[in-house]
Design a protein around this ligand. Structure first.
Ligand code: NAD
Ligand code: ZN
Ligand code: ZN
Length: 407
């Protein structure tokens, strides 16, 4: 089959590789009909995450049609159309029973050993996300083996097309969990850092849940404009605004927002010193966004962090966070927990995640897709890849209604 494979920093290729086969009773084999490139894939593409091996198949946002099922799969049959969560969870361990699926302790047993930590119980395995997360082959491919067929894949009604539901695999639940963690609701104010796909999904969910004001910070005008037009955010460009957190504090009567969401993560653009320190790996992550999030959040407020972090950060301002009595909530998304509710909201037309797609490409063009998404070329917001080429031409954006009527 054809698949997008990793060969080194900024070196991905569409190769011919062996077809996957069923390995366990609960596996299914999926024929992929649509798969997306995620900001998390960019961390791998840029060589920032350890544990990648040459030839690894990338991709953790995908959906398709069930081709084969293992003898232990009761929830699905051949021919079912499903979206697959990026988190691989067993459904019945200590954490899965508490719906903390990203903490599943059975699907990535080797992690503690790889990190050379003692006695650590690992979190869940993930598709296409390094050998630290289990070394599972990803779904930017024609076919993929999906473990835990009874727990993960969600059946999709024929009334919804691929683009409408594909983001149930990751970014939509991630944005949703971020706003739930931030306790966004009517009368509440929120600042979202990062207008990438995750930030945009968070803005969509914040709007849906009735947020009073949504501030959004980035430095790509085309992304900020999209968020303004579709989700009514108050956009702030950090290239133009000397101190974005101070500007947010001033705009909220010197109190700060009820919550902030860091949808950027460890590669946040910060000072030159920070860039040097992270490049030399003296610093694990850039603390640029977290500092602004702490600074713009009101006393007793919440900092919600869906953006991925690694290692340590020196300039964390824990003293400020303590003084303000902030709460921090973060982590990988418990995708399985949120999927059914979000599918319902898509079905009702309350959420239209497909609006953010800017590029529909053939899987064969995946290398170009990575390049555009990485360099933010051609106003790239989100790339969807289709093995065999896009089935239906994407509807022009102007013909689609914006998700929520803006007043
Ligand atoms: P993306 O790279 O497309 O978007 C990130 C955006 O942040 C870009 O538009 C960039 O310009 C902006 N940015 C950079 N520095 C900034 C700063 N200092 N202040 C404000 N904005 C800044 O990526 P994405 O797909 O939107 O993903 C965002 C993050 O979410 C990544 O770290 C990704 O790994 C993570 N993620 C986490 C989960 C999870 O389960 N928690 C799931 C999916 C993605
Ligand atoms: Zn992702
Ligand atoms: Zn589990």
């Amino acid at each position: 089959m054809r698949a997008l494979t990793y060969h080194g920093t900024r070196d991905v290729r569409v190769d011919t590789v062996p077809d996957p086969v069923l390995q366990h009773a609960e596996d299914i084999l999926l024929r992929v009909t649509a798969t997306a490139i995620c900001g998390s894939d960019l961390h791998l593409y840029r060589g920032k995450v350890p544990g990648m091996e040459s030839g690894d198949i990338l991709g953790h946002e995908f959906m398709g049609v069930v081709e084969e099922v293992g003898s232990g799969v009761k929830a699905l049959k051949r021919g079912d159309r499903v979206v697959v969560p990026f988190v691989i969870a067993c459904g019945d361990c200590y954490f899965c029973e508490r719906t903390l699926f990203a903490a599943c302790e059975t699907t990535n047993p080797g992690r503690g050993a790889i990190l050379n930590r003692k006695q650590v119980r690992s979190g869940a395995g993930m598709f296409g996300y390094t050998h630290l997360y289990g070394g599972y082959a990803g779904g930017q491919a024609e076919y993929v083996r999906v473990p835990m067929g009874n727990t993960g894949p969600l059946k999709i009604p024929d009334t919804l097309n691929d683009a409408q539901v594909l983001f149930l695999s990751d970014i939509l639940p991630t944005g949703y969990q971020a706003v739930l963690n931030a306790e966004v609701g009517p009368g509440r104010t929120v600042a979202i850092f990062g207008a990438g796909p995750v930030g945009l999904m968070a803005a969509a969910c914040a709007r849906l849940l009735g947020a009073e004001r949504i501030f959004m910070v980035d430095h790509h005008p085309y992304r900020l404009k999209f968020a303004q037009d579709h989700y009514g955010v108050e956009a702030m460009n950090f290239d133009d605004e000397h101190d974005v957190s101070q500007a947010i504090v001033e705009a909220t009567n010197y109190r700060g927002v009820d919550a902030s969401i860091d949808a950027v993560g460890f590669e946040a653009k910060g000072s030159a010193v920070e860039t040097v320190l992270t490049t030399l790996k003296i610093e694990g992550s850039s603390g640029a966004t977290l500092r602004h999030a702490i600074a713009c959040t009101r006393r007793g407020g919440i900092v919600s962090v869906p953006g991925v972090y690694a290692g340590f950060i020196h300039g964390f301002m824990f003293g400020d966070a303590f003084d303000k009595g902030l709460s921090f909530r973060m982590g990988q998304t418990h995708v399985q927990k949120h999927m059914p509710e979000l599918l319902r909201l898509i079905g009702e037309g309350a959420l239209k995640p497909e609006l953010i797609v800017s590029h529909h490409l053939d899987l064969e063009q995946a290398v170009r897709g990575y390049e555009m998404f990485d360099k933010k070329q051609d106003d790239c917001r989100k790339v969807v890849l289709t093995p065999g080429g896009p089935v239906a031409a994407a509807a022009p954006e102007t013909a689609l209604q914006s998700q929520a009527p803006l007043s």
